[in-house]
Design a protein around this ligand. Structure first.
Ligand SMILES: Cc1cc2nc3c(=O)[nH]c(=O)nc-3n(C[C@H](O)[C@H](O)[C@H](O)COP(=O)(O)OP(=O)(O)OC[C@H]3O[C@@H](n4cnc5c(N)ncnc54)[C@H](O)[C@@H]3O)c2cc1C
Length: 387
């Protein structure tokens, strides 16, 4: 792998940097977990799309720029370096988009991808159920076929953005009496359809962008099914791979946090303990290591390779790195960082980030489950519970 950038890549970086400098909102937006903040973030999605930056790796026909993964990494580096906001549509562009690209029909691509790239339709992921989180194959929500529609009944939970988003994607049991991974279908549904109730869930920080979803005989056209009936599990596993692998959490996000941490440590000078200094150094190295590893994987994918179970290694690495960085910042800032209602500016940003980092080892499949996957599929150890 050649780590030097080509002149074209450098020119692309300069173009992104210039656009971000002219367009990134000055000052932090209100959190995405509140309706006013959510609307601000959606406005930012649309602004990004106005520069054709919604999802740079997608074909131009679907609102992208047809760029490769290395250019995407460069885009992300400039995006986070510029301090741009979190993406309201991350579930759409990073998870569902690649899934539709791989498994969708031409009609579905035309119908769903462009509005996604333009930030016109914001998506929520609706997989988890009260009895099916880590054990996702336990999904019980049903979709019963009625002519050219499915009728959805059941409950989903822990759905990020679902309190305000426009559409959702999830797995439903389309074969009555089917068990585990069999008989599930991957369906897209309008969150404003009759029969859907959204109930916001208040999180640790008190905000309610998260929601439970209740389905009471919701009619969804069969044309909204991705891939074949009963083949939803395979499709969902590909989506989960995108989530844990390269897309959802690019290294640039953590490099930007590591750079802020170094600044914080410098600004606090001799007040920072030797232990915290070591943690800052470890964080910076960790973010760099993750970036190099991602460049290696991206180069392999461009050359025709794949990312499989090793996506689980990535997921554990970024979630633990993020938590360690924010914990170190809390340690450096001291007691003042814990008074949320009195915190402002940078202290508040660290505190909010710390609270969110605690969920990293849980969402996108908990780290315990990722360790099971690594043990079984990468190390070839016996399945859990096998005698
Ligand atoms: C911030 C956040 C955002 C989320 N966003 C979404 C979303 O947008 N859409 C969505 O569908 N879901 C979302 N989730 C839900 C998330 O995917 C689940 O919380 C997660 O999969 C764990 O499931 P659970 O909460 O049911 O916990 P459980 O499955 O009950 O697990 C509880 C604990 O037991 C451990 N455990 C369970 N089984 C095993 C096992 N076999 N071996 C070892 N340990 C085990 C788990 O790792 C965990 O520590 C989100 C969660 C969070 C925190």
């Amino acid at each position: 792998m050649d780590l030097a950038y080509t002149p074209e890549q450098q020119a692309f970086r300069a173009e992104v940097r210039e656009w971000m400098a002219a367009n990134v909102p000055v000052g932090a937006l209100v959190t995405l977990e509140r309706e006013d903040g959510y609307r601000q973030h959606v406005a930012w999605e649309r602004r990004l799309a106005s520069g054709n930056w919604g999802m740079v790796t997608w074909p131009e026909a679907y609102g992208g720029r047809g760029l490769d993964l290395i250019q995407w990494l460069i885009f992300e580096e400039e995006y986070w370096r510029a301090g741009a906001p979190n993406r309201a549509n991350q579930n759409g562009i990073f998870l569902l988009g690649p899934t539709i690209m791989e498994f969708g029909t031409d009609e579905q691509k035309a119908r769903f991808l462009t509005p996604m790239a333009k930030g016109e339709v914001i998506w929520a992921q609706a997989w988890s159920e009260p009895g099916a989180g880590s054990d996702m194959a336990a999904i019980a929500s049903r979709a019963v076929r009625d002519g050219d529609h499915y009728v959805l009944t059941g409950q989903k939970t822990w759905s990020s953005r679902a309190a305000y988003a426009d559409w959702g994607f999830g797995l439903f049991r389309t074969e009555e009496g089917s068990k585990r991974h069999k008989g599930l279908s991957f369906l897209l549904f309008d969150l404003n359809a009759p029969g859907i109730t959204r109930r916001p869930i208040r999180q640790l920080h008190g905000d309610t962008g998260f929601a439970e979803l209740f389905f009471d005989e919701v009619r969804v056209p069969v044309a909204n099914r991705i891939s074949g009936e009963g083949e939803g599990w395979n499709v969902a596993m590909a989506t989960a791979g995108f989530e844990r692998g390269l897309m959802l959490r690019s290294p640039a996000r953590f490099q930007a946090t590591a750079a802020r941490l170094v600044e914080l440590c410098r600004a606090q000078g001799s007040r920072v303990s030797p232990g915290a200094r070591e943690a800052v150094s470890a964080a910076w190295k960790g973010a760099q290591a993750y970036a190099y590893n991602t460049y290696m994987v991206a180069s392999r994918i461009i050359a025709g390779g794949h990312i499989g179970a090793e996506a689980s290694l990535n997921k554990i690495f970024w979630s633990e790195l993020d938590r360690a960085m924010h914990r170190t910042a809390m340690q450096i800032l001291g007691a003042a960082a814990e008074l949320r209602h009195f915190a402002d500016g940078e202290v508040n940003a660290w505190l909010e980030g710390y609270i969110f980092s605690l969920s990293g080892p849980i969402y996108a499949g908990s780290n315990e489950i990722q360790r099971n996957i690594i043990a079984e599929r990468l190390l070839g150890l016996p399945r859990q519970g096998a005698g």
